[in-house]
Design a protein. Structure first.
Length: 729
């Protein structure tokens, strides 16, 4: 008997695109010829709730307003007919099916408006007079958030589009609070989830259910889902895995978890899942990184002799079964980079397993999912890109690496250009010096539109303590390279790192202000530092100025550690000011506002020079040839004319090469023979050429006929050519 596998992401993760874990597993099981179906129950519950039928049922369920309802909830209820009338059209618009509705939405007379619209900024300023689609998406997002506020107040206090009951899963050393919630009557949202499950299981009765929990906001619904299966289909085996388990449940000993799940697996899921499937029909089961219950005790089993699969062996993610044409694009913040997390459909792929840097002291680098670095060959990555385009019809890709390796990004870009693919992609990086101006232009040519990376504390002392391997000056130069190539930059920012002083927090904010004012960072987000058990700072706190660490001894989630910084600074007092200032900087305003004005507490003046970032950007570029740098010519074939020039009765012939690109045309003039040689050599550097020639190859070819290659390479004509599509990376 062939087992049937059901892979699910419980509510709620993202509205605009499926989280990729289920697609990764389905693609892997496909290589084993194992039947599997998958579902993103988050988007399915949302579509059930936010429909004319769903809202009608919601308002009927609520009954008449009670005395404890807020004025906002009363207003939404009073306008219920308007919400019911407009909801299907709005959802269709956000699914990209009804673009003309944008004109109505932007006129302010179509959507009912509640409290989320109260602080609505000037939309013409934010989106421009012609940004109708994005403006309408933003307003439609506010409309949905109003309805979400109503749901929270009236039927489910835990509801959130991407953080459902998140507080029950965050830092939950004890299982008590979550367990108590699961013993209470199902909420209105739970009931919608159960109805969907009932319909699905009648169509496809699985032998094994795999529940992927990437974030704390999926945890409560995962347990509710498992609870439903145990009640209605007690013979069905259920396994929990995903990012939350990989980080939070590594010391799991809570027996009550196994009232809901039969197994909890850690780290790469392919081999553990394959063995769970084999165990369904085995009298002598073996396991890989799996918790289960034996004789009333939680045991961890890792007795399988097989090694984990290589990244090249796990197959291409398979997005079939998912409602790809029904995801909802929303815009919460009027910022072109920030919106990418919630707007548009992105196929998710990974260039490499783990992190090629693997040193950041705040990161869980002791765990295999980060520690074990394994890149995939560029050709295989682009093979998978082509497979996913054929499968999904989508050409947008988000590479979800810990940090994409620059050398591999270069090879992927070469391969995309060689095959003539037109895709749009973005990824997470480190702001390291390998990202030269030429490499950034190459990535742009291959379809890269944005990168996100960790600037973290924006302080050179703390960046060294973190072992980030970058300086603020270097970050400025790299983000400048990306921005000049037309690639947007998002910076992850951190505050409250051990030993961080108030002065360093203020100086970090000043660095961030200057980066935004210079226009070389377009988006950012401040995170409060959290110490985790598997990071170097958690493993060796005494090395990082931590006065005292409390290791949790709970039975459930034991990853987050409580600690006391030797500085005794209350970093939470800066949270609101840091976020408020950043919100304004992201919108290109308030750069002249004194830093003190963002905070209610007294702060010291910054010690950072007002032109620190500008000076970093004005540093002279070092002129140096890297012989092994690979060359590519992104322009069209030049036209060559031999012309005669005369000066003071002296005549000589020159080559004039005319180049056309997508934006303009330009000409360069060289000695006749050099021009003829260059026109021919450029044809060996086009994207389709293989193998890629290097500067050393170019120098060898040049010096077979001429002298002084360095003078030629740094000449004005060649610098003009390099600025218009001749790249050395």
């Amino acid at each position: 008997m062939n087992p049937k596998i059901f892979i699910v992401t419980p509510p709620f993760t993202q509205l605009n695109t499926p989280y990729p874990a289920t697609a990764y597993l389905k693609g892997f099981l496909k290589t084993l010829d194992i039947e599997a179906t998958q579902a993103d129950l988050g988007i399915e519950v949302i579509l059930e709730l936010f429909s004319s039928k769903g809202l009608k049922n919601l308002f009927e369920h609520c009954g008449l307003p009670s005395e404890d309802w807020s004025q906002n909830a009363r207003r939404i209820f009073a306008l219920r007919a308007d919400y019911i009338q407009t909801i299907d059209s709005v959802i269709g618009f956000l699914q990209g099916k009804n673009p003309t509705l944008a004109l109505q939405i932007c006129q302010h007379y179509f959507l009912p408006e509640a409290s989320r619209f109260a602080d609505l900024q000037e939309l013409d300023w934010a989106f421009g007079s012609m940004g109708t689609q994005d403006k309408a998406k933003h307003m439609a997002t506010l409309y949905l958030e109003d309805l979400a506020d109503f749901v929270v107040e009236t039927v489910d206090a835990h509801f959130g589009f991407s953080r459902y009951a998140e507080q029950l899963g965050r830092s939950a050393q004890s299982f008590d609070e979550l367990y108590s919630a699961l013993q209470s009557n199902p909420t209105y949202i739970d009931a919608l989830l159960f109805e969907l499950l009932d319909k699905k299981i009648k169509q496809f009765q699985p032998d094994l259910v795999l529940v992927s929990v990437p974030f704390p906001g999926n945890l409560y619904a995962a347990f509710r889902l498992a609870q439903w299966f145990k009640k209605n289909y007690p013979k069905t085996k259920i396994a929990l895995g995903g990012g939350f388990a990989n980080t939070e449940l590594r010391s799991l000993s809570e027996v009550r978890v196994f009232e809901f799940f039969d197994y909890v697996t850690l780290d790469d899921g392919e081999l553990p899942v394959e063995l769970l499937i084999q165990n369904l029909n085995s009298e002598k089961p073996i396991y890989k990184r799996t918790f289960l219950l034996e004789n009333g005790q939680v045991v961890y089993k890792n007795d399988a002799p097989q090694a984990d699969y290589k990244m090249s062996q796990v197959g291409t993610p398979d997005y079939s079964d998912l409602l790809l044409d029904q995801y909802i694009s929303v815009i919460e913040v009027a910022n072109p980079m920030h919106k990418m997390w919630s707007d548009g459909r992105w196929n998710k792929l990974t260039m490499a397993h783990g992190c090629y840097w693997g040193k950041c002291t705040f990161c869980d680098i002791s765990l295999d999912y980060i520690k074990v670095y394994e890149p995939i060959a560029a050709r295989l990555i682009v093979d998978r890109i082509e497979e996913l385009i054929a499968q999904t019809g989508e050409t947008g890709f988000h590479f979800v690496d810990e940090a994409a390796p620059p050398a591999l990004m270069r090879e992927v870009a070469f391969e995309i250009l060689r095959r003539g693919l037109t895709i749009t992609w973005w990824t997470n990086i480190r702001f390291e010096k390998s990202f030269t101006a030429d490499l950034c232009w190459l990535l742009k040519a291959s379809g890269c539109i944005a990168v996100s990376g960790g600037l973290e504390v924006a302080s050179d002392r703390l960046l060294a303590l973190i072992d980030k391997g970058v300086t603020v000056e270097q970050v400025a130069q790299v983000t400048r390279n990306f921005t000049q190539a037309g690639i947007m930059v998002h910076a992850y920012l951190m505050y409250g790192y051990p030993t961080q002083t108030v002065q360093e927090t203020v100086d970090s904010l000043e660095m961030v202000r200057q980066l935004f004012e210079a226009g070389i960072v377009q988006s950012g987000f401040w995170h409060r530092f959290a110490m985790t058990a598997h990071s170097p700072v958690g493993l060796y706190p005494e090395q990082f100025g931590v006065a005292r660490t409390t290791h949790p001894d709970g039975t459930f989630a034991n990853n987050d550690l409580l600690f006391e910084d030797a500085t005794q600074i209350d970093h939470d007092q800066f949270s609101f000011g840091l976020r408020k200032s950043l919100y304004n900087y992201m919108h290109g305003i308030c750069f002249d506002e004194p830093l003190q004005n963002w905070f209610e507490v007294k702060i010291p003046r910054t010690t950072i020079a007002a032109d620190f970032i500008q000076k970093a950007l004005n540093q002279n570029i070092e002129f140096k040839i890297k012989p092994q740098a690979k060359l590519i010519w992104l322009g069209a074939e030049p036209s060559l004319q031999i012309k005669t020039k005369t000066k003071k009765d002296h005549s000589w012939e020159v080559s004039e090469l005319t180049f056309h690109n997508r934006f303009n045309h330009f000409e360069i003039s060289l000695d006749k023979e050099q021009g003829v040689w260059l026109a021919a050599f450029l044809l060996e550097l086009i994207p389709q050429a293989s193998p890629r020639l290097t500067i050393q190859n170019m120098q060898t070819s040049f010096e077979a006929q001429f002298e002084h290659f360095e003078l030629f390479w740094f000449s004005k004509p060649m610098q003009q050519l390099r600025a218009n599509g001749l790249l050395a990376v």
